[in-house]
Design a protein around this ligand. Structure first.
Ligand SMILES: Cc1cc2nc3c(=O)[nH]c(=O)nc-3n(C[C@H](O)[C@H](O)[C@H](O)COP(=O)(O)OP(=O)(O)OC[C@H]3O[C@@H](n4cnc5c(N)ncnc54)[C@H](O)[C@@H]3O)c2cc1C
Length: 518
């Protein structure tokens, strides 16, 4: 079946949705829900998956975009969770999304604030992380090992570092998504290609083990979706649909810097947080040239907002930590945008929560299976576990998960097989190189579909016009035709991330409106 999502397909499938009884209803289309829809559909089950807003509307678009190797779990002695993370990272890099996940180098600058003992401890951790990579059978050509490098080399990879007292840096590698929202779109489209009905703007008002009462948020009409089993994958909102669940969200804030703010930054940074022995802020250069700086971790009380806001105290804290390693400090005026996300953490004491695994499956009295917690990196495993549970509960007679080797939409032709050229170079260096007529920038976002996006520009050269962050009008048209974008917010805030900088968003708004009418 076709993987294209658009308004016409939504209308058609919405009209059918009330008349069917599907094997699995998935509620929530973040990474977890979209992953569950794909897992179930690829086992041959009939699936309807709904989201109250859009694909990747929730926490999944507010991440640091890292595909973790599990080092932090190892540090806490959770060897099995760490191994699971490293295995999932390897699957994404090698099989399922090699077009969306790349190796990212990070430097930990050895400033006077980092003692020799601290540096040695961190390096031991990096080596253990490299051991996890090996245990997960991810080849070193995809993810090079750690190294200590000289101050000169550190400055060549990260020119904005202060040279004063710099003894060198620790270089390490981990996975990084080109964009977290794009992973969710790819999951949802791959599920659609296996027959799943993907319905955005459909809110579950009430859930039971045999379906949901749903409101079409575009018309206000309500209807029932009947299902043999139900997965609640609504993340930080999960408790709104199952009152027995207790969430304890924690806010993570990132700063967004424009490309020219830290010139010569070719690697990410791990910046030690002053006064803490094993906590680091992250400086994350993005493929579009912007740089994100994160990450806070603050418990949040009260109602869960649709879109969390970054408070000024988080911004000031992150700027202070960043400035502790820069030659020329940044000010508040250098921060072009901010974003915050809520970690979907479960309060302890859940019914059948298995918190040691970092994600939990909870089955309500009526048989709704909630899958919550975890992280983007392990979405596939969370989805597999949730679908295993509903297959057993509903006696659905499906086999095991098939997603470990199932390439996502676009994974067909990968950037010359993703090998990174050793610890010396950085992947971004290749971003400007052209492969045939299709720029690498398009290949990194669209994989095997890049040629088709490029073809739109050949048909109508006006579509080649770049918008802020280098996104072209053709990509907006593509998002409307194939990626389920229904309005300007979908286009600017999720199919592209132009909207992370308010002025860029305002500049691109007319193009987004034009793409919807194209
Ligand atoms: C700041 C931050 C940084 C992070 N960085 C990383 C990282 O670098 N790497 C990593 O691996 N993990 C990271 N994580 C963790 C990761 O982002 C989350 O664990 C993951 O995205 C959760 O996905 P989800 O699909 O479970 O939830 P969500 O993405 O929140 O999806 C839930 C969906 O449910 C929908 N919904 C809610 N209520 C309803 C309803 N009634 N009816 C229908 N739909 C509904 C919402 O619209 C939403 O789209 C980070 C988390 C945070 C907060």
């Amino acid at each position: 079946m076709n993987s294209s999502l658009n308004a016409a397909r939504r209308s058609r499938e919405l009209a059918e949705a009330g008349d069917l009884v599907v094997d699995v209803l998935v509620v929530g289309l973040g990474a977890t829900g979209a992953g569950a829809a794909l897992d179930a559909a690829s086992r041959g089950l009939s699936v309807t998956a709904i989201d109250a807003h859009d694909l990747a509307f929730g926490t999944s678009r507010w991440s640091s975009k890292m595909i973790h190797g599990g080092l932090r779990y190892l540090a806490r002695g959770q060897v099995r969770v760490a191994h699971e993370s490293a295995v999932e990272r390897g699957l994404l890099l090698r099989h399922t999304a090699p077009h969306l996940v790349r190796a990212q180098p990070y430097l930990l600058p050895l400033t006077p604030a980092v003692s020799g003992g601290q540096a040695a401890t961190v390096m031991t951790g990096y080596r253990l992380g490299d051991g996890l990579r090996m245990a997960a059978r991810t080849p070193r050509r995809l993810l090079p090992g750690p190294a200590r490098i000289s101050a000169g080399r550190a400055l060549s990879l990260a020119a904005p570092l202060s040279p004063n007292g710099l003894r060198g840096a620790l270089l390490s590698w981990d996975g990084r998504l080109v964009d977290d929202a794009r992973l969710v779109v790819a999951l949802a489209r791959t599920a659609a290609s296996r027959g799943a009905r993907i319905l955005t703007r459909c809110r579950a008002l009430e859930l039971a083990g045999d379906g949901a009462r749903v409101r079409d948020e575009l018309t206000g009409s309500t209807f029932a979706i009947r299902a043999r089993t139900v997965v609640n994958a609504t993340g930080v909102w999960a408790a709104q649909l199952d009152p027995d669940i207790r969430m304890r969200p924690s806010r993570g804030t990132h700063l967004v810097l424009r490309p020219e703010t830290l010139p010569g930054l070719r690697a990410g940074l791990h910046v030690p947080i002053p006064g803490e022995s094993n906590r680091f802020a992250l400086v994350l250069p993005q493929p579009d040239g912007r740089v994100y700086v994160g990450l806070t971790d603050e418990p949040v009380e009260g109602p869960v907002p649709d879109v969390p806001q970054a408070p000024e105290e988080d911004v000031a804290f992150l700027l202070d930590v960043l400035n502790s390693v820069l030659g020329v400090p940044l000010g508040r005026q250098d921060v072009a945008g901010t974003y915050a996300g809520l970690r979907p953490l479960l309060a302890a004491g859940g019914r059948t929560a298995d918190l040691s695994r970092q994600h939990a499956l909870l089955t309500s009295g009526s048989g709704v299976v909630t899958v919550v917690g975890g992280k983007l990196t392990t979405y596939r495993r969370m989805a597999e576990d949730a679908v295993d549970r509903v297959v057993a509960l509903g006696r659905l007679g499906a086999g095991g998960s098939r997603t470990a080797r199932l390439p996502l939409v676009g994974a067909g032709a990968v950037l010359e097989a993703g090998a990174v050229p050793g610890a010396g170079a950085v992947p971004e260096a290749r971003a400007v190189r052209e492969v045939g007529a299709v720029p690498d920038r398009l290949r990194a976002r669209y994989g095997s579909e890049a040629g088709a996006v490029r073809a739109l520009m050949a048909e109508d050269p006006a579509l080649a016009e770049p918008l802020p962050t280098g996104i072209t009008r053709a990509e907006l048209v593509w998002a409307v035709r194939h990626e389920g974008a229904l309005d300007v917010d979908d286009l600017l805030d999720r199919r592209t991330r132009i909207g992370l900088v308010p002025e860029d968003r305002a500049a691109a708004l007319p193009a987004a409106r034009a793409a919807l009418a194209y």
